[in-house]
Design a protein around this ligand. Structure first.
Ligand SMILES: NC(=O)c1ccc[n+]([C@@H]2O[C@H](COP(=O)([O-])OP(=O)(O)OC[C@H]3O[C@@H](n4cnc5c(N)ncnc54)[C@H](O)[C@@H]3O)[C@@H](O)[C@H]2O)c1
Length: 457
């Protein structure tokens, strides 16, 4: 009987596997029950799996497991909050005084001491230069960790030597036209030769990318490289870094983006009057392009950015003989040379002391507004008035030598700083007559020692 049953079920299975035509021919020879489709599997397996769960208290074990897991996740954050407010745990209480760390603690609960107590880490490109070195001093004073990235094209190690050995300070010799990877919270991007003498030396390096070809047609190759390449590639690299690591990025742009302005004083809403093919274009257009890139990274990649438009700034550690009017006049008066005035000396400029600028840059970086913001002193002086202040401060017997004016020299410059006053709560404090004597002793020492070019480079 058993064998007969086996044979029948075997023939059934074979029938199911056959094609319709072959099953038809078999049906003619063997009497088989009419075809009925196989019942879907899940109809049979569903009660079976429920059966399986119900057997041997499996379901009970699963429910107890879920209960234990959820209890742990619900109770654990409460426990860590209680332990954080325990005065016996000073590291977490200290961490709460640090904004970033407090945020971190409140989000993730208990974390290792190395993370919660971390100070703000900041990179300053061009930090060995005039403005950069003063900014670095203030950031270190405030308790931040600072990394300076500089190729020493116009900057000097001398400007930062008082920080050597400070554990909060690091310096990297690096050209920003090459990418660099650092872990920081904020990027102050200052690297760029800022004086006419230097940017006319190598204008090509001041802009790049697809602007490269366009601008190359308008600039001498060297000029183009220095300004266009540095401004575009340098800014691109630093924006790329900011994007990768989620850092806030501040661009130091310039009042030169207004060119020879037709609006006076200049507001941030003014689009400027720039000659795109002149000798100064590599700097002006380089900075305008850098502003464009900065805003594109903000809009397109969500990078947190800040833009400062800096007006003429002076103070200790300025490059001697870099062609900027304040350093020129001061150095000439100390050396007992005539003060060189270009043109009729009636063109106007505004002069800001470097500590005022540093306050403005830090307020901008730490504030909530993108900018651009004019950072400058609205006090306006003609070149002849400036020469007079320099004579009163250094040598009343100094004479003036007139020379033909340089191309595209702006006729007037004066910042409207109402936006910075209102949104950054910032305004300059030091007048020209107060600030000038503060840079004279530094210049006098350096000129007497003639250390420029011989010092640590
Ligand atoms: N000082 C001003 O009156 C003034 C006015 C407007 C804008 N700015 C801007 O402020 C910033 C600082 O100006 P500053 O007066 O201190 O000039 P600076 O020449 O003293 O400093 C610039 C620094 O950048 C470094 N640098 C230049 N090219 C570099 C590169 N490719 N890679 C790495 N480092 C490089 C130089 O070595 C130098 O240390 C500049 O971006 C400038 O355009 C300054």
């Amino acid at each position: 009987m058993k064998q007969l049953h086996k044979q029948t079920s075997l023939s059934h299975r074979r029938d199911e596997e056959m094609t319709p035509s072959s099953s038809l021919s078999t049906a003619q020879t063997v009497a088989t029950p009419p075809y009925s489709p196989k019942a879907p599997k899940h109809n049979r397996s569903l009660p079976r799996s429920i059966n399986y769960l119900l057997r041997e208290q499996r379901l009970l074990f699963i429910l107890v497991g879920i209960l234990i897991g959820s209890t742990f996740f619900i109770i654990q954050p409460t426990l860590s909050r209680i332990s954080a407010s325990d005065p016996g745990q000073p590291f977490l209480n200290n961490a709460r005084s640090n904004n970033n760390a407090a945020l971190f603690v409140s989000r993730v609960g208990r974390v290792p001491a190395g993370i919660t107590s971390r100070r703000l880490r900041i990179v300053v490109t061009g930090g060995a230069g005039f403005v950069g070195s003063h900014l670095v001093d203030r950031l270190i004073e405030r308790g931040n960790d600072v990394i300076v990235v500089d190729n020493f094209f116009t900057g000097r190690k001398e400007n930062l030597k008082h920080l050597f050995g400070n554990p909060r300070f690091e310096m990297i010799r690096h050209d920003v036209v090459e990418p660099i990877l650092l872990e920081v919270d904020q990027i102050y991007h200052l690297a760029c030769p800022a004086s006419p003498v230097h940017y006319k030396y190598n204008p090509v390096k001041t802009i790049i990318s697809f602007f490269l070809l366009f601008l190359y047609l308008h600039c001498t190759a060297l000029h183009f490289y220095l300004y266009i390449y540095t401004n575009v590639m340098g800014t691109l690299n630093m924006l790329g870094l900011a994007k990768r690591i989620g850092a806030r990025f501040l661009l130091t742009s310039t009042s030169e983006v207004y060119g020879d302005p037709l609006e006076h004083p200049q507001k941030e809403t003014y689009w400027g009057n720039v000659n795109p093919i002149g000798e100064r274009s590599c700097y002006d257009e380089g900075k305008r392009t850098a502003e464009t890139l900065t805003m594109d990274y903000h809009r397109g990649a969500g990078v947190e950015v800040r833009i400062a438009r800096i007006f003429n700034t002076y103070g200790p550690r300025m490059c001697l003989d870099d062609g900027r009017v304040v350093s020129n006049f001061v150095a000439q008066a100390i050396r007992k040379q005539p003060l060189t005035v270009y043109g009729d000396g009636k063109q106007t400029r505004s002069f800001q002391y470097v500590s005022d600028l540093v306050n403005g840059l830090m307020a901008l970086m730490d504030g909530e507004h993108i900018g651009p913001f004019n950072l400058g002193n609205p006090g306006e002086f003609t070149m002849l008035e400036l020469a007079q202040v320099v004579k009163e401060t250094i040598d009343s017997s100094a004479t003036i030598a007139y020379k033909p004016n340089t191309a595209d020299d702006p006729h007037m410059r004066k910042p409207d700083i109402s936006k910075a006053k209102e949104l950054l709560n910032w305004e300059p404090k030091i007048s020209l007559r107060e600030g000038l004597p503060l840079m004279v002793s530094d210049f006098r020492n350096r000129i007497l020692n003639e250390d420029e070019g011989k010092g640590m480079k």
